[in-house]
Write a protein that binds this ligand. Sequence first.
Ligand code: SF4
Ligand code: SF4
Length: 774
Amino acid sequence: MSRPSARTSDPATAPRAPVTPLRQYVLKLTSRCDLACDHCYVYEHPDQSWRRQPRLMTPDTVEATARRIAEHATTHRLTAVRVVLHGGEPLLAGAARLATTATVLRRVIDPVTRLDLRMQTNGVLLTAEIADVLVAHDIRVGVSLDGDRSANDRHRRYANGASSHDQVRRALALLRRPAYRSAYAGLLCTVDLANDPLRVYQALLAEEPPRIDFLLPHANWDRPPARPDGATTPYADWLLTIHRRWLADGRPVPIRLLESLLATATGGSTGTEAVGLAPADLVVVETDGSFEQVDSLKSAFHGAAATGLDVFRHAVDEAAAHPGIAVRQTGLAGLCATCRSCPLVRRCGGGLFAHRYRSGTGFDNPSAYCADLAALIRATAVPAGSPQQRPVDTLPPAVLADLGSGRGGPGSVDQLAAVHHGIARALTVALSPAATTDPVAAAGWHLLVALDVSAPDAVDHVLTHPFVRRWAQRCRAGATGDLSHLAAVAAAAAVRAGVDAELVLPVRAGAVHLPTLGAIMVDTDAAAVPVTISGGGVALRAGRRRVRVRPAVGPHPDRWRPTRAAHTGDGTVLLEDTDPYRDCFDLPVAARLTPAVADRWTRQVRRAVDRLDTEAAGYAAGVRALLRAVVPLRPDPSGRSRSAAARSAFGAVAVTPVADDAALAVLLVHEVQHLKLDAVLDVCELFDPADARRLRVPWRDDPRPVEGALHGVYAHLAVADVWRHRPGAEAAAHHRRYREWTDGTVDALLDLGSLTADGERFVRRMRATLDGWR
Ligand code: SF4
Ligand code: SF4
């Protein structure tokens, strides 16, 4: 058999390039494994060289490897290197050997460069004793998991066929504990088309990993990827299903392959050899100390990864100069003619080196996944920052500047609405694994997933309701008794979509609640009641009578408590006096209003929003885009007007009854400023979160933390601006007072030294607005 080690079948003819320093080292601490996964490239692919490897790397080999890495880092003045403890299964080495290995690596490498020490494991032997070692030696661990039980059991089993799923999940539960969380690096999942992509995605999310990576199963032109039913791009289709959901969920966790594709779309670097043209910077050190090329080559042919070099006799520079490694450092020049002329080559890079192999032509071919890579790249070719395709994970400088002025045009506030949309969806999605333990919630989840495909607008409308986000946040914080409300969320979306369904809904305070729609009063001690949803209506048995309500139509039976709404031109603001999760402000909320009182409120809200268009146009867009609900508060005993907003109930403003529309307009602007700043802070760091100092502010007796002071000036700046546009001496006096409050605190924030670069720009924009009034 020929032994091609580069893009040609003869290493001597491979293109040479100056040595690129190697920054990543895979150390094979062991060469055996306690699992027998049938997709394993170490044991189940053509390269069987593991058989002649010692079972365990000796301390001498660890020491020699560490010295070679330190020597290379010194020569090339590397600021950091990554060492990944690998196998086989590295935990077979045991806690003591793991600790001594880490000690040697840190003793030799740390004085020379920053050592990022990692481990990749199947997790089944991960105990508290091991986790203590990981934390003590600052080793971050990636765990292999292919999805839920059925997905994981498809390949990741013991030699006797037994499942490893329970053991891995136990290990992940351990890593999630606060004491070990710092050691949890993420999950590695091998794609299998037989597994449902969304179930895999949900199962991985449920483990709360800091990062996920997907691997295409190793294949090449001799052993092509399975393509069931002759599908042309099934791997792209599988990954794009997850990609769509991941984007819709607000990218709740980094997924390396997807982020790499997005990075290549904007010309960024990928940090992976799977896509892009970045030079390879990785070498493997086997248990006997021999240098090998990247592990995945073992899937090509026996001995494919060998270099003939080792840590005892050769420097890392010599390994880096090996043709098989050097060719992967030459970018475009190292690719086959087909790839070099491919319009996608800068984003694709010919895919993973191992996937290009074919007997006879070696690695001088496109990837065996060429069609899938092309489909993935085309589908992810979105313009950077496109709000339709990509949830907001930061704000462009122009948007931040616009919002920093205190005001905010429609484009800017739409970005803030998109931030909320992403967070609200991600919070609900994160509940799905827990929801499966509660039959009422599980049925709701399944309905919601189906509706998300058939009626996404209805789902989004309900999920972005302020008190749905508030409910999801409570559940995330441990209020598992509230999980069944997920069924009510799904029911509300089904009613809005006009989709028929049978569900069981929880009863709370004598009512079945449908977020955004209202509540049906029921006479029952039961914790939940069955309902039938059909034709945009809900039917259930309430006491002795059967009640059917059609929220959009009416007439309404006396047991129906609809959520009243103020129609504000192009939008609707709900009057929330029914939702059970509205009690989240530090002020007491009012009970259900009578129809006459509710009518007064809705008319006043409508007039207050309308008058902003003329007297405070710079704030009207924010109020119209972000205000989803007004919550009536009980009158303050002192007679003062009070108002509040809460980050967890984004989009809601709570207010006491106020005398007139003008006063309500000021309160709405004030509270929506808090919402705007909350959304900005969700994606931009404006100040040092570790700064515990407090500032004296003129509007309160108690000193405020930096965030509190920032919120205060941002709201007061807007209030000063509203009063600036009103006539009369009283308005002028209000304007002066709020402006003075803002003036001094803006300067104090700028002098504090706690603001980030974004924060300083943001606050300087406030300063510019104030100066512009002079
Ligand atoms: S756990 Fe990893 S090394 Fe072990 S058999 Fe499975 S894939 Fe191979
Ligand atoms: S899409 Fe195919 S031809 Fe184009 S660079 Fe990738 S592997 Fe090569």
